[in-house]
Design a protein around this ligand. Structure first.
Ligand code: MN
Length: 209
């Protein structure tokens, strides 16, 4: 009885809604591209992570063995995908309505201190995104140990992640993020992204550390 009660109280992962209309980022990201990315690709990681957890829970209930190595590898991939996409959507806003331009406030000061200029930061972040091997991400993260900002280049959703850093800003450069709008042209998508970066969100994440 106690076990059953515990099981019903456990939360599952859920797909968060987009924080804007699916056509709000046009012309930089099309409605079709954004809808597929959110409704199909992000959803797949939510479904996958929940399925991995259910498999673990079922094995626990039955006292059965699982292939722990394979299952945890999949779980890391799926949770990574879900967490990064959840950070990604609010990292963007419609161009001219919160999206694009340059950072201001504390974030701008931090970027200047670390990179010398916004242009240098933008160039490094762009290069990290462009050169992520296969499918991956570029991220701007904060290291609590040094109180510094650093760029992270993530492969898949979970490789090369710096443990316990706080991610402030992410750019998804999986081909599924741009195949409708740019076919295989990742550089074109990265260029489009800079028009819709929501610097206010990034600043708020920095403030809330
Ligand atoms: Mn994606």
């Amino acid at each position: 009885m106690a076990e059953q009660k515990m099981a019903t109280a456990l939360k599952k992962y859920e797909l968060p809604p987009l924080p804007y209309a699916p056509d709000a980022l046009e012309p930089h990201i099309s409605k079709e591209q954004l809808t597929l990315h959110h409704d199909k690709h992000h959803q797949a990681y939510v479904t996958g992570a929940n399925a991995n957890l259910e498999k673990l829970e079922k094995a626990r209930q039955e006292g059965a063995e699982v292939d722990m190595k394979a299952l945890l590898k999949e779980l890391s991939f799926n949770i990574g995908g879900h967490v990064l996409h959840t950070l990604f959507w609010p990292t963007m806003a419609p161009a001219g309505k919160g999206g694009g331009g340059k950072p201001t406030g504390a974030l701008a000061d931090r970027i200047d201190r670390e990179w010398g200029s916004f242009d240098r930061f933008k160039a490094e972040f762009t290069k990290a995104a462009a050169s992520a091997e296969g499918s991956g991400w570029a991220a701007l993260a904060h290291d609590a140990l040094t109180d510094r900002l650093m760029i992270m280049q993530i492969e898949k959703h979970n490789v090369n992640v710096y443990p316990n850093f706080s991610i402030l800003m992410v750019l998804d450069v999986w081909e599924h993020a741009y195949y409708v709008d740019h076919r295989n042209n990742r550089a074109g998508f990265i260029e489009a992204f800079w028009n819709v970066v929501n610097w206010d969100t990034v600043n708020k994440r920095l403030e809330n550390l």
